[in-house]
Each structure stands twice: as structure tokens, then as C-alpha cells.
Design a protein around this ligand. Structure first.
Ligand code: FAD
Length: 480
């Protein structure tokens, strides 16, 4: 059964060990900063009851007849795959253009696990696929907020896990017991882990040492689990409601997630030592999650493009040639990502063993690479449309002061077509984006869902040059 936001929030009061700015947080839902990431995720739960949402978020499970969250439904055809991207885009838009990640990223990992565990079982005679399926059914039936911890802290990047001076710099199996495994290590930047029900852990790369080839799931309050949050500077800096139109209602928290000898029973272990399947699992998750990325980023790109247009109009320069070029850059930033997601769905692949329909890696990686490498130039185009008030506008408190407001309305007037109040609010929204969120979004757009190099490597690994080589070779007489 799908849960309401309130039901989800109640589940977070479970003794989890979360730190914010050096302090242990008693209850994440009541914390002055962390309550925003909580209500952001709760909003996704409430959207399940929104009859206007298209496609709908709550759907009937064909197998059980229960109402479940659509994100947990395995896509088996192009329409389902495309509908998933549309839903990610739409739920992002409804959430103030902040990606509403829980369940989406969890299902990205579950789809990858379903595909890889079946191949693993076939090769090795193991029973991982049944465990993955049972766990998948549980999180779908109980409507749990799942997140994914893939990125190890990694230490010296030039060394493999087993070559590091400290063996815990990649999450590893420390002990194998008859009833399960004990894991140790840490994963970095894990989005919404402090406000999740479940954390799904998968390898970050191909592994050559059995102890590092490990995948499993733990509840967020598992004994031995500690989460240290990043400070939400964007929220701490938005002192007046006008200054945080997005972040005061919708924000994400990332955390360093530390596993200090966490016990995981076998039914929650999905890979334990089969090194040759760590790489395929890491890649398959990355593929699903990059498809998600270009879908939520298209929604955010729409916001940036519309903001560029509106601020240019407020400045009276929307028809000037260099601004028109800026606006075209913003259109391209939105539509190339959306186009990549659509083509990736229509040119999808089907996994032979499971029948799972997955997005075409070529188009996903093209879209993701474009997104990684063009965010900063999109931001430059937006700032060019706006001018310096994007950062130097007075505060929301100044605007609320009855003595100052007439001065601000007089001296911060722009085009007569747009009220001074609207122009001022647009600037505060811009400052939220480029100032309060600027650092977070810039790093997110370059690194989250995999760095630039990760997409480059994937493109070169999967691109089929064969047919185009024939063209050249024919001309130089190498083939008939
Ligand atoms: C806001 C945000 C949210 C995120 N959310 C999640 C999440 O929910 N779950 C999750 O698992 N991860 C998450 N990530 C992690 C994200 O996937 C990583 O940041 C990304 O993969 C880069 O890894 P890194 O940060 O360790 O940087 P690094 O890998 O250290 O990258 C720094 C540079 O080093 C290069 N480099 C690294 N290793 C090598 C090598 N062996 N050889 C040559 N060059 C190398 C990289 O290409 C890059 O240029 C998130 C990241 C951000 C910023």
C-alpha cells in the first residue's frame, strides 16, 4: 500500500545515528535544517494521492493487485521506460525543480540488481535473484524510501581497493558468518540517506578482490551505521522567505555514510565475493541512474531557461541579439537532455534473461555528458541575461521594511512591462540559484551520477565504430 508523507515521516523516528554540524540529531523530522529534506521526500509520498499527476505515481501492481509506487515497477516495454522518465521530470517540477530522489534511485539499483543477479545465478548456481526479488517486493509493498550508496571514499584514486594503505577506504566484507556478513567502510555524498528507510549498497567499480565485491541493503537505523551530513549552506543562508523560494521547502541532504562492522543477514546480501559481477553491477546501476539524471535535469533546465527569459524581459532586453543567443543556449541545455532521454527509451534494449527493458547506453551517456559539460555555460548564459543584481540585490528583509521598499521599487525598476516587485523577486530567485545553490549545483552537475570521465569512458566502451569504420576502410581499399 502506498503511504502518505505523514506515515513516511513517522517511520524516520527510529533511533538512527545522524550528525549535523557535529551534533547528534535526536529526530531528523524535527531538526531545524534536516526537517526540509524530510518534508521534501514526504512531498513525493503525498504526490501518490494527487489525481492530477500525469502519468500517475500510484499504480496497481499487475501481480498482486496492490496499489504501489510506479517507480518500483520494472519497465518491460518502451512506454513504461518513457513513462518513468516523464514521471521523474514531472515530480521534479512539482518539487520546486529539486530532484525528488528517494525510491527513484533505489529502483535504479533494484533494476540493475535484478538483471545482474540473474546472470550471476546462471553462471554460478547461486540464489541471489530470489533475494533481490524478495527485497524488491518488500520495499514496493511497504512503500519504503530507498537510497543508494555506491561511491566509496576511495582514498588514493590511483590505487585499487586492496592496495590502499587503509583497507576500509572501500566498503568490504570484514567477516562471513553462517547467518550473514559483517561489513566495514564508508560511502560518500549519499543523497537523502539520513532521511531514508533503506540504504542499498553496491560496488563503485570493477573489483578484483572478493571482499570488495559486495552488494547489500540495510535499514537506515542499522547498528554500526553513522551518517555525517553536509551543512545545508543554501538553507542556512536563506534568512528571509523571499530569499529561498525553492530551498526553504525543497532541499536534499548528502551524507558520509560509515559502516562500522554492520551485520547484514544473508537475505539482504546481493553480491558477496563474485568479483566478475561487481563491474557489470556498477555499470548497470550507473546506466539506470544516468537515465534518471537526464530526466530530472531536463526539468531543472526548463526552470533555468524560463528564468533567463523572464529576467531578460524584466530588464527590457529579451529581443537583443546576444540575449537571444543566451536563450538559445538555455533551450539547447534543456532539450538535448530531454531528447537524449526520449531516444534512449525508444532505442531501448531488453535483457534476455529477465525481460527488463533498459535505456540505450549510447544516448544516455551522450545526454549525461552534455549535461555535465554544459551546466556552467548555461549558468553563464543565465547570469548574462540577469546582470549583477543576481548576486548584489538587497535582502528580503530590506524589501519587507516599509521605509525601504518604496526606494527599492523606485530604483530597482526595469521594463515597465514587469512590476518592480516581480523583478526584485526574480533576482532573489536567481541569487538562490547562483549564490546559495551555486556551489552545490555546479558540483552536482559535474559529478553526481558519475563524473565527466565516467561518461567519456562509458561512451568509448560501448560505442560501435564498426559500421562507420567500413566507410573509411572501403575508401582506402581495406574491405570489399
Ligand atoms: C551532490 C552529489 C550527490 C551525490 N549523490 C550520490 C548518491 O546518492 N549516491 C552515490 O553513491 N554517490 C553520489 N554522489 C557521488 C558521485 O557519483 C561522485 O561524486 C562521482 O562519481 C565522482 O566521485 P568522487 O566525488 O569521489 O570524485 P573523484 O572520483 O575523486 O573525482 C575527481 C577527479 O578524479 C578523477 N579520477 C578519479 N579516479 C580516477 C582514476 N582512477 N584515474 C584517473 N582519474 C580518476 C575523476 O575523473 C575526476 O576528474 C553524489 C555526488 C554529488 C556531488
Amino acid at each position: 500500500m502506498v503511504r502518505t508523507g505523514e506515515q513516511y515521516l513517522a517511520g524516520l523516528r527510529d533511533g538512527r545515528r545522524v550528525f549535523y554540524r557535529g551534533q547528534l540529531v535526536e529526530d531528523v523530522t524535527q531538526h531545524p535544517i534536516l526537517r526540509v529534506p524530510c518534508t521534501h521526500s514526504a512531498f513525493l509520498f503525498d504526490l501518490q494521492f494527487d489525481r492530477d499527476l500525469s502519468p500517475p505515481l500510484a499504480v496497481e501492481d499487475g501481480r498482486t493487485g496492490e496499489t504501489v509506487c510506479s517507480f518500483y515497477q520494472v519497465p518491460t516495454d518502451r512506454e513504461a521506460l518513457r513513462g518513468r522518465a516523464e514521471l521523474i521530470e514531472e515530480t521534479t517540477k512539482r518539487s520546486g525543480a529539486v530532484f525528488n530522489i528517494v525510491k527513484v534511485i533505489g529502483s535504479d539499483a533494484l533494476f540493475a540488481l535484478r538483471i545482474v543477479s540473474r546472470a550471476l545465478d546462471q553462471a554460478k548456481g547461486t540464489d541471489y535473484a530470489a533475494r533481490v526479488q524478495a527485497y524488491h517486493e518488500k520495499v514496493s509493498r511497504e512503500d519504503l524510501a530507498t537510497v543508494v550508496a555506491q561511491t566509496d571514499v576511495k582514498g588514493d584514486r590511483s590505487l585499487r581497493p586492496q592496495q590502499q594503505r587503509d583497507p576500509d577506504l572501500y566498503v568490504r566484507i570484514k567477516e562471513r558468518r553462517p547467518d550473514g556478513i559483517v561489513v566495514r567502510g564508508a560511502k560518500a555524498h549519499i543523497t537523502q540517506a539520513p532521511v531514508a528507510d533503506e540504504i542499498i549498497v553496491i560496488p563503485s567499480r570493477a573489483m578484483t578482490d572478493a571482499d570488495y565485491a559486495v552488494a547489500f541493503a540495510v535499514p537506515a537505523n542499522a547498528p554500526g551505521l553513522t551518517m555525517i551530513c553536509r551543512p545545508l549552506l543554501e538553507l542556512e543562508g536563506a534568512r528571509h522567505p523571499l530569499e529561498g523560494p525553492r530551498v526553504l521547502r525543497h532541499a536534499l541532504v548528502e551524507a558520509l555514510v560509515i559502516f562500522e562492522d554492520v551485520f547484514v543477514p544473508w537475505e539482504r546480501v546481493f553480491l558477496a565475493g563474485e568479483t566478475e559481477f561487481a563491474g557489470p553491477l556498477a555499470h548497470m546501476f550507473a546506466l539506470w541512474h544516468r537515465y534518471t539524471a537526464i530526466s530530472y535535469r531536463a526539468a531543472q533546465a526548463d526552470l533555468i531557461a524560463a528564468l533567463g527569459l523572464e529576467i531578460a524581459e524584466a530588464n527590457g532586453i529579451a529581443d537583443r541579439s546576444h540575449i537571444r543567443r543566451d536563450l538559445v543556449d538555455l533551450i539547447l541545455f534543456a532539450e538535448i537532455q530531454r531528447m537524449a532521454a526520449r531516444v534512449a527509451a525508444s532505442e531501448h534494449k531488453v535483457d534476455g534473461l529477465t525481460g527488463v527493458c533498459y535505456p540505450n547506453p549510447l544516448y544516455v551517456n551522450i545526454g549525461k555528458l552534455y549535461s555535465n559539460t554544459h551546466y556552467l555555460s548555461a549558468l553563464q548564459a543565465l547570469i548574462d541575461c540577469a546582470g549583477g543584481l543576481a548576486i548584489t540585490a538587497p535582502s528580503g528583509d530590506d524589501f519587507a521594511n516599509p521605509n525601504l521598499r518604496p526606494l527599492l521599487e523606485k530604483y530597482l525598476a526595469g521594463s515597465p512591462q514587469v512590476s518592480s516587485e516581480k523583478r526584485f523577486k526574480l533576482f532573489l530567485m536567481l541569487r538562490e540559484l547562483v549564490g546559495l545553490l551555486g556551489g552545490l549545483e555546479s558540483v552536482t552537475m559535474v559529478h553526481a551520477e558519475g563524473s565527466i570521465e565516467a561518461s567519456v569512458i562509458e561512451l568509448l566502451r560501448t560505442y560501435d565504430f564498426a559500421s562507420s569504420r567500413v566507410l573509411v576502410d572501403r575508401l582506402v581499399g581495406e574491405t570489399a
